[in-house]
Design a protein around this ligand. Structure first.
Ligand code: HEM
Length: 506
């Protein structure tokens, strides 16, 4: 029963809470961008979503505008909800907004500190990015990779045709096998390849370790000093176990490449072309760390994009058909499309951009950190502020995209009297001095798999017992978002396609 005294107590407590909230939060907000009111000391810790953060951030954007700020135990976090502000802060002011926030668990305990993605902006990072760019950032470099990529793509087609239910597994295999080839000169075995397994294990840990709010110790680095045997420190034991996978991923393929170089049997690869004879230990470490960074950058991202392509083709048969018509018209039935055909296939190219826009695989990109104070649109953004670009929201902003939920490649096809919508690559590959150095490789890999799959397969929703099986359309949460497992019907388009596929794979 509610008595007068409990009511008065509740009222008093409520008033105290109100005073505390106002007292602390108004002071904090003086010059900072608006955002949800926080609590003393902990700030907005209770407001922060732990899953699908991009959706909550988008709702905050509706309430507070394109720049929203929150405070986590005294650390400032700013969320950018529109392309315009991301362009202003992350592209145009990139000299001040290109650092990264340290991730003590993933970096120190899991052993990923060496990776490009976690480096602060500076000479070392620039050198690593330069090496990557030389290999996968120029059209000459990419054309050298084309034959190996095409070989891996044909292998992918044959394996999926033989067992369509293994689609997800084969997408992983394609990404691993093609990366191992161009980075280390390693040819993956047909089945149960040891190196493919090593890399998959390491990437599992990496994806979890870089997802926002996975470990409390990333917010309170002092917790990393807790001994692993301590009750409640299971997270540390897990992170330490993952470290072995990280080390194996860096060492095993690299040792293979070096052994090939030493024995004079190396085939062209990133490692072979960047390691001459008698390299000094510093150069050795630079090439090894950059090689593993490329692998980590390519692995999960490409997998998610390719799986979204299959999902889209099931759900939008009219788009599927239009892309096939373009391929049939331009390429004809006597060969499979290749990387060199991209310019001649504008609709298929636009379809790939729409795959990246429709379900962005990195909904929040990778957060940047300010290396100096900034004042933007009258708001103070203090040095050390973590900047999160809500790419998911930007790519469904009606100011840039009509009917954003709809998968429609035509939005990017230039026609008379129609101006294409904003190029999604300006957002999906990140910003400023940290923009993805593998974006061109990502694009040609995605294009290749989409083009050959459209040429060879009929992709549709499966029918079981006379009923169409609808995909859930759900995506996972985390730093890289994947479609949850879905069934897909994949059949060869014709006996001609079948013959073409097996002869290409030979
Ligand atoms: C569709 C596929 C891909 C997408 C959507 C993607 C997206 C991104 C994004 C959003 C970033 C962070 C940019 C920023 O901080 O503003 C990034 C960084 C990076 N990506 Fe990619 N990426 C893809 C494929 C690749 C591939 C194939 C490679 C292989 C070379 C790669 C290598 C990297 C590296 C090394 C970084 C770290 C750059 C840095 O921190 O300076 N990515 N990528």
């Amino acid at each position: 029963m509610i008595t007068a005294s409990t009511f008065a107590d509740a009222l008093a407590l409520g008033f105290l809470v109100y005073i505390l909230r106002r007292g602390f939060t108004n002071k904090r907000r003086d010059n900072l961008p608006p955002g949800p009111n926080g609590w003393p000391i902990i700030g907005n810790a209770f407001d922060m979503p732990t899953r699908y953060q991009w959706r909550t951030f988008a709702q905050w954007g509706e309430k507070w505008g394109d720049i929203v700020s929150v405070n986590l135990f005294g650390k400032h976090l700013v969320i950018l909800n529109s392309f315009d502000v991301a362009d202003e802060i992350l592209d145009k002011k990139s000299a001040a907004s290109s650092d990264r926030t340290p991730l003590p668990v993933c970096g120190e305990i899991m052993g990923w500190n060496f990776i490009v993605t976690l480096q602060q902006y500076g000479l070392h990072l620039r050198e690593m990015r330069r090496l990557i760019f030389q290999t996968v950032g120029t059209s000459t470099g990419l054309m050298e990779l084309a034959p190996d990529l095409e070989h891996c793509a044909h292998d992918f087609l044959c394996r999926v045709a033989a067992d369509p239910a293994s689609l997800t597994q084969e997408v992983h295999r394609f990404t691993a096998a093609s990366s191992l080839k161009f980075i280390y000169g390693y040819t993956a075995k047909k089945d149960n390849d040891e190196l493919v397994k090593i890399v998959e294990a390491a990437m599992k840990g990496f994806t979890i370790g870089t997802a926002p709010a996975t470990f409390l110790a990333d917010t309170f680095p002092i917790l990393t000093r807790v001994p692993a045997w301590f009750p409640g420190a299971k997270w540390k034991r897990t992170a330490q176990a993952w470290r072995k996978d990280t080390e194996a991923m860096c060492d095993v393929p690299y040792d293979f490449a070096k052994a090939q170089i030493d024995s004079g049997t190396a085939v062209p690869s990133f490692v072979a072309s960047n390691l001459g004879d008698n390299v000094d230990p510093q150069r050795d470490a630079l090439v090894k760390d950059t090689a593993a960074s490329m692998y980590a950058g390519a692995a999960d991202t490409t997998v998610s994009a390719i799986r979204t392509f299959f999902l889209a083709m099931m759900c939008y048969p009219e788009v599927n058909k239009k892309a096939q018509e373009e391929i049939d018209r331009v390429i004809g039935p006597d060969r499979l499309p290749g990387i060199g055909d991209r310019e001649q296939l504008p609709y298929v190219s636009a379809l790939c951009w729409e795959v990246l826009r429709w379900k962005p695989l990195g909904p929040l990109g990778i957060p940047h950190m300010l290396s100096q104070d900034d004042v933007h649109r009258g708001y103070l953004l203090p040095k050390g502020t973590v900047i999160v670009a809500n790419v998911w929201n930007m790519l469904r902003d009606p100011r840039h995209y009509s009917h954003p939920e709809h998968f429609n490649p035509d939005r990017f096809v230039r026609k008379e009297g129609f101006e294409p919508e904003t190029d999604p690559r300006r957002m999906i590959f990140g910003f400023g001095r940290r923009v993805c150095p593998g974006s061109q490789l990502a694009e040609i890999s995605l294009f290749l798999i989409c083009a050959v799959s459209l040429a060879a397969f009929e992709i549709s929703k499966p029918v079981v017992d006379g009923k169409v099986v609808e995909p859930s359309m759900e995506y996972t949460t985390g730093s890289i978002s994947h479609p949850v497992e879905f069934q897909c019907s994949i059949k060869l388009r014709s006996s001609k396609a079948e013959a073409l596929l097996y002869s290409a794979s030979d």
